[in-house]
Ligand binder design. Sequence first.
Ligand SMILES: [Zn+2]
Ligand SMILES: [Zn+2]
Length: 380
Amino acid sequence: MAKAFVLMKTGGPDGLKMMNYPTPKAKPGAVVADVKLCGVCGTDTHIIYGRLPVPIPQLLGHEWFGSIRELGKGVKEDYTGKPLEEGDLIATCLGKCGKCWFCHNLPGRESLCQNLEVVGISPHKADEPPHFWGAFAEHVYIPEILPIFKFPKGLTEKEMVLIEPVAVATRAFKRAQSGGTDCAYAGEGVDPSQTVVIQGLGPIGQCHTVVNNVYGMNNIIGIDIVPSRLEQAKKMGAKDLINIKEYPTTDDRIEKVMELTNGIGADVVIEATGVPAAFTEALNLVRRGGTVVEMGHFTNTGETSVNPHVHFCNKEVNCFGDWGYSKFEYKTAIAVMVKAKKMGIPFGDICAEIHPLEDLPNQIIRQEKKLSPGKIAVRP
Ligand SMILES: [Zn+2]
Ligand SMILES: [Zn+2]
């Protein structure tokens, strides 16, 4: 038997119950892993408080890594062809059905699949055997549909547990730099002289800072109000910081970004705050022909107003939303993590705290109240 902290009903962490299920066995093509660490994500709190519907009971926990406990018959290598053995450290990216309209017509846009399979935000209910569909548990059951990625040697636990938010950031970077199309053109493409504004320096904003730094961006501007987050962003690669306390209005912040960009505006703005008005602000901070990435709203927090002429038509802004990443994105995320390590970026510090799995309900409350200085992870 093994433990799993299952969400039995939504409304708050009271709905979480520690369950005991039989230790899973790997069917042919599948893999069973022992969870090492699992990060607590804003998405988990949205689901637990009932702001994002999923099948219930649900075993949450998607920001995980672990070691291979059992390889099912026929599983020999990871998604990139690296040989797999028991004990290898791995993580899983999302799996797509391959059958729906989006899988057929937009094959590179896996996050749009209508039957998406993700560890920890699963179409399977927790009472469906083999139960271990999420990583707030001792094990994870990895069906054949999920791509496995093996970690190279040399990364720490606190670094590996960040693979999911780093993948979110690498995908956003790649899309932003292709200008919303498949090819770069004049004034776009990866160019270290560009200015990237990152609104919101929580764990996701910090990961965006690291990714932009690794890809060579010299002019990263971070915006937040929490001093420790601003300080951390500096270590992750931000060149300039805008403390909302010192620049309390949108106009103040626009003026500051204009000053830092010689009156042109930012080439790219990444919205990662979760405050609707920040999206309007992003459209004001971006230059004409620039790019805005909206990825701060993984739940419905309301509306904000935009001006079609001022913000879009006249500016010829590229603007897109981001709901995840592609099946192969962990390949990029691992490479970025290895490179960040070589560059001496202390990105493992984004994971600020590790607590025992038993303490999950308390940590959900702390996550909801934003009491941690960074990412919280739990250990089974
Ligand atoms: Zn997450
Ligand atoms: Zn599909």
